[in-house]
Design a protein around this ligand. Structure first.
Ligand SMILES: [Zn+2]
Length: 271
């Protein structure tokens, strides 16, 4: 919860841009074409100004454009973007765009192998403010069950919640990989529902959503630092069993990505 970002390499999309993103990705920052911001809290946006700057200075493919998408009325993101605009005025060697989004907007990506779009959906996080989650949907040709004819369908390949809860049901079927925040354990569910600070998900809330959606793989992230890795892994394993979730679960804990222990014990852990 100190810094959050996920880079989806096939679509060249970065989801949130917490502190340290450019330091970690280094030259890969040139590959990023789209940055989707969920909301303006520090742990989700503190790395943007540096990323925009490093992409301008370091040797690499400088001409490729970069677009930052964000919730339209987010005060802090708008403040940060105006800082970047003033700071970089006349200096940028690549086109930088800022595109405000409303809930349910769809962005068509033009630089992917297959036709692909990113859909923004609303999350419950900050009272009276729009916070967004995102789903990447890829167009695929499939054979229609009834007619036997090839048709184009959207397939959800990646979902990112940002902060909060209340992910909408996807009508496109089982998502390949979902990244869902899970700040709290069950015992602190009351803290997760408090509007006074900001609302968050619990581990069982996140796995419950994944079980209903039958997600193939789930990454739990934004885990509160008050819990040990063991506490988190054992609650995830218990809830997985209780809710009969058949997908795989990973836990992003500090700088590690850890497979859930029930699968570790059975020797099925992937490399
Ligand atoms: Zn937040």
């Amino acid at each position: 919860m100190y810094s959050q970002w996920f880079y989806h390499k096939p679509s060249r999309c970065l989801f949130d841009a917490g502190e340290g993103v450019a330091t970690t990705l280094r030259k890969k920052v040139f590959a990023i074409r789209h940055i989707f911001l969920s909301h303006g809290h520090e742990d989700h946006i503190a790395g943007i100004a540096n990323l925009v700057n490093v992409r301008n200075l370091a040797p690499g493919d400088r001409e490729k454009p970069l677009t930052i998408y964000f919730p339209r009325h987010d005060k802090w993101i708008n403040e940060l973007l105006s800082y970047i605009e003033k700071k970089q005025s006349g200096l940028l060697r690549y086109p930088l765009y800022a595109q405000p989004l409303d809930a349910n907007d769809e962005i068509v990506l033009t630089d992917t192998r297959r036709p692909t779009r990113v859909r923004a959906f609303p999350m419950k996080h900050i009272a009276a403010e729009l916070s967004l989650g995102f789903e990447i949907e890829e167009e695929r040709r499939v054979i229609d069950r009834f007619t036997g004819q090839p048709v184009c369908r959207y397939h959800p390949i990646f979902l990112y919640t940002g902060d909060g809860y209340g992910v909408q049901h996807s009508s496109f079927g089982r998502v390949d990989l979902a990244v869902h925040e899970a700040t709290f354990l069950r015992r602190d569910a009351a803290k997760a529902g408090a509007w006074e600070t900001a609302r968050h998900s619990t581990i069982d809330g996140a796995i419950g959503w994944a079980a209903r959606e039958d997600a193939k793989t789930l990454i739990l992230c934004h885990i509160s630092d008050r819990y040990t890795l063991n506490e988190v892994l054992s609650e995830a394993a218990v809830v997985k069993k209780e809710l009969d979730f058949r997908g795989e679960i990973y836990v992003a804990y500090r700088d590690q990505l850890v497979y859930t222990p029930d699968q570790l014990r059975s020797g099925l852990a992937p490399k």
